[in-house]
Design a protein around this ligand. Sequence first.
Ligand SMILES: CC(C)(COP(=O)(O)OP(=O)(O)OC[C@H]1O[C@@H](n2cnc3c(N)ncnc32)[C@H](O)[C@@H]1OP(=O)(O)O)[C@@H](O)C(=O)NCCC(=O)NCCS
Length: 167
Amino acid sequence: MSSLAAQTFSDTFAHLHSAADLHQFIQTTYNRDRILKDIQTDAVFFLCNDEDESAADPIGYCQIRWSVRHAVLVDAEEYPDPSAEIRRFYIRKDQHRTGAGTFLMRFILERAKERDVRTLWLTAMAENHNAIAFYARFGIKRITDETFVYKVGSDFQVSTAFATKLA
Ligand SMILES: CC(C)(COP(=O)(O)OP(=O)(O)OC[C@H]1O[C@@H](n2cnc3c(N)ncnc32)[C@H](O)[C@@H]1OP(=O)(O)O)[C@@H](O)C(=O)NCCC(=O)NCCS
């Protein structure tokens, strides 16, 4: 998971940060201890392709925090509990636009339904147009003008919140 997380983060955001900042972020965020700690609270789903010769190697993953609400979900009618956060959602670059993300998201939505989750939310960079176009297909839309700053080494990323109410 460490190497998949590091590779997909780097493929997605390397153009925004210096090599040193990226390296520092990856070392602190995706090291083995941190990931082991994360998965004590997050559910992690790996997507594998059984038509692939190296099917044991995941082609993507999603990290979910069940039962976590964000302060920007102020309207409890519009965005009722239980809510869950899509904390990370990444498909390997060589598998983009193959329907892999859609497959994984449908799977997540089914798991959410089983748990009676009513609101699914996440934060994403406003400039991450590919991801935003992808999330929009599932009704996950920007819900605020507020921004959230995440550190990447000595640099930062500015994100905003997206959500959808599930049927
Ligand atoms: C966003 C992401 C998860 C989508 O996964 P994917 O497997 O490429 O998506 P799919 O093949 O299922 O695409 C479904 C739809 O999403 C939208 N979409 C996906 N990638 C897109 C792109 N590069 N540009 C525009 N729309 C895109 C399209 O509407 C697409 O449908 P289409 O191919 O019929 O036009 C994947 O591109 C990814 O991992 N990106 C890097 C990581 C990332 O940004 N994660 C989100 C962090 S918040």
